[in-house]
Design a protein around this ligand. Sequence first.
Ligand code: SAM
Length: 222
Amino acid sequence: MAEAEWTAVDRYITDTLVHPDPALDAALRASEEAGLPAISVSANQGKLLQLMARMQGARNILEIGTLGGYSTIWLARALPRGGRLITLESEPKHAEVARANIAHAGLAGIVDLSLGRALDTLPVLEEEGAGPFDFVFIDADKPSNPDYFAWALRLSRPGTVIVVDNVVRAGAVADPDSSDISVRGVRELNALMAAEPRVTATAIQTVGSKGYDGFAVALVTE
Ligand code: SAM
């Protein structure tokens, strides 16, 4: 029952406040047709990410976990002229679908998709002199969240915003004895953020068409 209500309210919010974007709708359709899992952010979450990136004045965005490029398109649309977005994806099929979706959205000249495991491609990015990034969105394999957070920090500057998706995991994050490696990844991430003097952070529980989950948001302060 709760899930049906959350979905209905998400639909209402999206219909009311999130203007239709044919490229985003096409990206979801193409992802579904290609058999990608339906684990992208929802439309209202995508718009929230876009608003956060705009509020922050982001010109240089890093995304870890592309899937079919749905959140990538939301975030790339936040960029001013001359802005860039780098997105990291390990699955060749996801990358292929995302590249087509990004091109269809007219963003191929703004977005670079790097194919490979993020923990392999992040050091390459650093060697190439990428960053500092103004905004980082972490949404890949959850057990690696602590490593991704460390990399986000390494590629940041004071003022960088780091957002991490799926940090509540239907409430399981509150269980200190959880054996779920994704829950453990999130708890370790939270411990790292709490202990890191260079960031101030919080997390918010969310419900909606994607179930019961949440976002963590960190601001790099020094
Ligand atoms: N951000 C996307 C959106 O909202 O549209 C959803 C991303 S989906 C939740 C997670 C993605 O991370 C999947 O496409 C998966 O293949 C990718 N992924 C998993 N492990 C990865 C890794 N080690 N390096 C890079 N990408 C990875």
